[in-house]
Design a protein around this ligand. Structure first.
Ligand code: GRF
Length: 207
């Protein structure tokens, strides 16, 4: 009987969320194919009641919540978050709509990928889509990047452009960005999981 090669074990991925979790859902869906090379081992949120947590529960994925107000200060919160993430021994952490700045404890222990709804370094921060629209850009998009200690300043992994249309509102533009953002994130996370990466002077190479 012919033998098939043993598939390499899937990378363990913890996803951090705050909101609706459509990016999380795209990762969960992609991970149903063993060839994708990713296992979503836990989903963590900074608040109770995030819709993304319900998605995780529906798929039998363990969840945890780590809220800033439950801790003495941001540093204590960051240490607690690092511990909760670490309990799932991830190979990679994905911040997919996680609306908090990660601190030293998390970042020194884990490689973290973030997805942002603008073409960085333009329009960092929590209101990227509205800021881009208000500025009057004709093209915006999304960026996947490694997280460093700054606000959306880490080395860029991938970017996809999205044209602004006449009459766009922040909501309509964000919906179109999110459509391409999900594919971008799925692609980048899969490639990182399967091949790893090297980093030289802000240039990321995925072999
Ligand atoms: C994404 O556009 C992400 O870049 C931004 O918030 C959105 C999250 O969407 N920070 P979802 O919760 O994955 O649907």
């Amino acid at each position: 009987m012919p033998t098939s090669p043993t598939p390499p074990s899937a990378a363990r991925v913890v996803v951090l969320v705050s909101g609706t979790g459509s990016n999380l859902q795209a990762l969960i869906d992609a991970a149903t194919d063993p060839a994708y090379g990713v296992q979503v081992v836990a989903v963590g949120a900074d608040r109770h009641g995030a819709r993304a947590l319900e998605r995780a529960v529906r798929h039998g994925i363990p969840t945890f919540v780590c809220r800033v107000p439950d801790h003495r200060d941001r540093q204590a919160w960051d240490a607690a978050l690092a511990e909760q993430i670490g309990a799932h021994t991830p190979d990679l952490v994905v911040s997919a709509g996680f609306m908090k700045i990660l601190g030293e404890a998390v970042l020194s222990a884990h490689t973290v990928v973030n997805t942002h709804p603008a073409l960085l370094p333009a329009f960092p921060g929590a209101h990227a889509v509205a800021d881009a629209l208000a500025y009057g850009v004709r093209v915006t998009g999304c960026t996947a990047h490694l997280v460093d200690s700054g606000v959306d300043t880490g080395p860029i992994l991938e970017q996809v452009a999205v044209p602004v249309e006449d009459g766009d509102t922040p909501e309509s533009l964000h919906e179109r960005i999110k459509t391409v953002e999900r594919s971008m994130l799925v692609d980048v996370v899969g490639r990182l999981a399967r091949h790893g990466h090297t980093l030289t002077d802000r240039k990321v190479t995925i072999p």
